[in-house]
Ligand binder design. Structure first.
Ligand code: ADP
Ligand code: MG
Length: 332
């Protein structure tokens, strides 16, 4: 028996004409069930377009989207746009009833034919998303992050097979964001929900994704597990999206002890050992930027500026002479 995929893009293109043709170009992507697939790309790289294609909010020019083997209908072919077994949340999802309670905002998506199931399912999703304490609050009184939780609870309560998330955590402050990300990961583990999310935030995709897909100018550049893509990005674009990195010529990289025949060298800011220097030609610390549990040093030599991560707080100050040695690098 041939195993059909849950959700698949087959050579899908959707092009927007203009000075530069943009959109999504010839994308083939098989979404793994019960996992979080995250798509990362620069702004304008086609992330939202790809998600809308999956959901059926726009139709491909070429190729097709298939859900459990059946074609996903576009808006021209379907009265209510969007696939019935999928739900999508964006940062603009704003169909909440502000003056109703959180619980009612979530429960209202379920039918009244089985009130017991309605109550159970609503209570359950609020519990899964750690928002039981918000149940009786009016939405109008919630913070941006809490409202976003309600939007996600509404998407989850009908138990869709696939949840599509388009940068849904953008408006949520950092501490809330991480908790929400953890809760969604837990739901995926516990329920087998399939998630496709798009984002430009490396911290978000690296910690959330089982499978990470890199999109550039509408095309898939590479994909893999977050750890592997971070450590061994096949393209400089990926390295720059996922990590804080210095991009140097191989001649410049020599100053950090790197010998390479390749043209371009990428060195992550945390791949550099810094030591104090008293002799000869050295780098000079131009700026010390406090980042919380580490500092980022802006270090210069002969018009070359390098950023290096320093965990020994307060060890260096502006004007100090230092030696830099890269213990790891990527070559392109
Ligand atoms: P991302 O979500 O990665 O920022 P989008 O998928 O929103 O990218 O957009 C990809 C490109 O397509 C952008 O250059 C955008 O300006 C263009 N685009 C998106 N939607 C439309 C549209 N409806 N009409 C014309 N151009 C569009
Ligand atoms: Mg977008």
């Amino acid at each position: 028996m041939i195993k059909t995929s849950l959700l698949k893009a087959n050579a899908v293109s959707k092009l927007y004409p203009g000075e530069r043709t943009t959109g999504v170009k010839n994308v083939t992507l098989d979404i793994k069930p019960g996992e979080i697939t995250a798509v990362i790309g620069a702004s304008g790289s086609g992330k939202s377009t790809l998600l809308k294609l999956f959901f059926g909010l726009i139709s491909p020019d070429k190729g097709e989207i298939r859900f459990k083997g059946d074609r996903v209908w576009g808006p021209e072919e379907k009265l209510i746009p969007g696939h019935d077994e999928m739900k999508m949340v964006t940062q603009h999802t704003d169909d909440l009833n502000l003056f109703a309670k959180v619980w009612d905002n979530v429960a209202t998506l379920l039918p009244n034919t089985d009130l017991k199931a309605k109550k159970e399912k609503t209570d359950n999703v609020l519990k899964q998303l750690n928002m039981t304490h918000l149940a009786t609050r009016q939405v109008v009184d919630l913070s941006g992050g809490e409202k976003q939780r309600v939007a996600i609870a509404r998407a989850m309560v009908t138990q869709p097979t696939v949840l599509l998330l388009d940068e849904p955590f953008n408006q949520v402050d950092t501490s809330f964001r991480e908790a929400l990300q953890q809760d969604i990961r837990q739901v995926v583990k516990d329920t087998g929900l399939t998630v496709v999310m798009v984002s430009h935030d490396p911290a978000e995709v690296l910690s959330m994704a089982d499978e990470l897909v890199v999109i550039k100018d509408g095309e898939i550049l590479e994909k893999g597990q977050p750890r592997n893509l971070y450590k061994q990005p096949g393209h400089l674009y990926t390295a720059q999206l996922l990590a804080n990195c210095n991009v140097l010529t191989s001649k410049q990289a020599k100053l950090l002890g790197v010998t390479s025949k390749k043209e371009t060298i990428a060195i992550y800011t945390d791949y550099i050992d810094i030591t104090k220097s008293w002799v000869g030609k050295a780098w000079e610390v131009k700026q010390v930027m406090f980042k919380g549990f580490f500092e980022e040093l802006l270090v210069q030599q002969d018009n070359i500026t390098v950023r290096a991560l320093n965990k020994e707080q307060g060890k260096y100050k502006e004007g100090d002479k230092v030696n830099l040695k890269a213990w790891g690098y990527l070559e392109y």
